[in-house]
Design a protein. Sequence first.
Length: 84
Amino acid sequence: MPKRPEKKVFASWPWGSAPPPPHRPYTRDEWLDQLSTTGLHTQQPSAKLAEALAGIGAAIDAFGGSFTMRYTTLVATATRTNGA
């Protein structure tokens, strides 16, 4: 049976220096260009990917053609003990 961690630590950091909170503005095309290269989008058949990107692009267009993405890094650590 796996050993349980003795100590757990959870923390989060906004990217960059505060203030202001870190953010990155994206145009529709910038977002769609990078989106197709990340996560499950890289494994979709081209027709499904095109359909998804068209829908996402339409949603961005409905918000004026751009948006601002805020980034936060989350970290979780644990220390393993020798006990049961």
